[in-house]
Design a protein around this ligand. Sequence first.
Ligand code: NAD
Ligand code: UD1
Length: 341
Amino acid sequence: MILITGGAGYIGAHVALEWLGQGEEVLILDNLCNSQRAAIERISTLAGKRPEFIQGDVRNRRLLDTLLHDYPIDAVVHCAGLKAVGESVREPLRYFDTNVGGSLTLCQAMAQAGVFHLVFSSSATVYGDCATLPINEACATGQPTNPYGMSKLMSENIMKSVASSDPRWSIGLLRYFNPIGAHPSGLLGEAPTSTPNNLLPYLLEVASGQRPHLSVFGNDYPTLDGTGVRDYLHVVDLALGHVCALDTLRGRRGVSIWNLGTGRGYSVLEVVSAFEQVTGIKIPLSIEARRPGDIARCWANPQKAIEELGWQASRSLQSMLADAWRWQSNQLGQVDVRQAN
Ligand code: NAD
Ligand code: UD1
């Protein structure tokens, strides 16, 4: 059985669904601070099988000890955490407590229970402003400019130290690039509870009339059209990466680091234009100043994951955008996707 912390959230729910589809038993631990119980129902509907679900906190050591004792858990995927960069600047202690404290407590409980396979949701943010592109895993980690990024790097460092202290550990640090999209059914996707910070959720709210325009943060970057370039990755591809990572970890020891990205970057204006083509909806834009802390360009070299995991992202930008819009439209009860994939 696989324990997925944060498994009611955007990425964890897709990971849970993939494993259930492969006949694995899944236990989700989530305190629902940024998700809803309905996600568990949706996972069950799509998988035709119900995951075990416990509402609780990953920092609760006693609860973790009980779960690791009561269920036949042999691996953990640690997705639980807080992820809003701006909020992390305003509330650093909450971010360190949840993201670093959660990782620490989880590793302690796992060691005590003798469970040594761990997959961690890390982020390309740990590279900072990497001088060479595409970014491969050998690039030095940078200086994160915000507590969120620091908390990911600190968690990675804790896990590296833990693995060097005991050869039984097998830990995969998955550095996600920019996950977007939704399950193609339109039943599972990202559901921001407050004003979104990331490009896609914000764009979807503009498209559905909830916000007047999309702010483009800077058009004077040294990129093809002056706007920021990122490696957008379909959340279903990302979820499949977790399955491949754990399969690989079962045959090795120590810490393994894998970039999960497509290897291709798109600018903000390219994303907007592709979205307009896929949905037929015009997105009003407002060109604004650069967002503090943003970098110009960031995309992965996914070669290591391709070779070692046998994993490669295959879904196009168009299918990411069509799936995201289907999910958004379903949320609003107005299915309105012109073109499927
Ligand atoms: P999300 O907010 O949708 O999911 C996180 C889940 O963790 C939520 O369901 C939340 O309720 C739960 N959670 C938070 N604190 C908890 C706690 N103390 N105990 C138990 N559950 C708790 O976010 P997501 O996009 O699914 O991200 C999952 C992980 O991937 C996070 O660690 C995030 O930092 C990381 N990540 C996300 C992205 C991205 O763009 N979405 C990029 C890189 C890394
Ligand atoms: C951001 C976080 C990063 C985190 C990642 C996933 C910052 C500085 N970085 O990355 O730490 O791991 O999300 O959660 O917040 N953009 C707009 N208008 C918008 C929103 C975004 O033009 O309303 C632009 C940005 O300037 C950027 C691109 O779109 O060029 C992507 O932005 P975003 O989706 O926020 O992701 P990242 O900045 O890559």
